[in-house]
Design a protein around this ligand. Sequence first.
Ligand code: G
Ligand code: G
Ligand code: MN
Ligand code: NA
Length: 253
Amino acid sequence: LMLENALRRAIERHELVLHYQPQVAADDSRMVGCEALVRWQHPELGLLQPVQFIGVAEESGLILPLGNWVLASAARQLASWQARGLDLLMAVNISALQFRQSDFVDDVRRILADSGADPAGLELELTESALMQPTPEVLARMNQLRELGIRLALDDFGTGYSSLSYLKRLPIRRLKLDRSFVKDVPGDQEDVAIAMATLSLARDLGMDVVAEGVETEIQRQFLAERGCPVMQGYLFSRPLPADELRRWMDERG
Ligand code: G
Ligand code: G
Ligand code: MN
Ligand code: NA
């Protein structure tokens, strides 16, 4: 409860910050977008990671105001890139609870309008658990989001319960291959099989793939040779505050 109250105050006092992890094209390593990841700049405890507060946020419902703050901040950053002529995707994590709110689409529409961002640059990362029951309502909501002009991605792909039969019916543009399957390629034959199956499934369904957690040149080369178009991981950059990301982008030209 102490953490919950502190987090409630933190949202009001603007102690949350976004870090951005670059996503790069496999062929020439140019930056194509980034994932926004929330942190809490605690006045006494320092920078807290999501693992330290997202659980409490989910249980208390604070993930709803937190999630709206994240969306608004990410949309503003996206709008500022677009104003500078940068064609980058901004990926934002959406919790299952957030996605299930009946006014979620209205919130997204309003936040986008307030930011002035072109919706084509925004990607919402949904988890398999948010979509576990692909009811007509879930499908309708996804279609409404797509009609706003934004993109949908399936996060942590392979760790949940996606059935392949409904995957083809959902308006999903991208699968994010979970880093647990990237970690041991090319050495682990089972992870290699899962990574390759994901790439081939995505290709057949007309979806993109992002491989998460790419840490080594060997992983990068292996995945690139097998047609993985986009990668994210410490090999390229850890998640960075906005000013450091700006420098990272400038240094790469
Ligand atoms: O940022 P890390 O680097 O530690 O993120 C850990 C996890 O926290 C991510 O995998 C993601 O699931 C979750 N997370 C990070 N930022 C957000 C956010 O803005 N909203 C939600 N719902 N989850 C987030
Ligand atoms: O939303 P999601 O679970 O996909 O968030 C990505 C998480 O993965 C964040 O916690 C981020 O800090 C972490 N991450 C990003 N790149 C790497 C990496 O190369 N290796 C590891 N171990 N973790 C990473
Ligand atoms: Mn994610
Ligand atoms: Na993920």
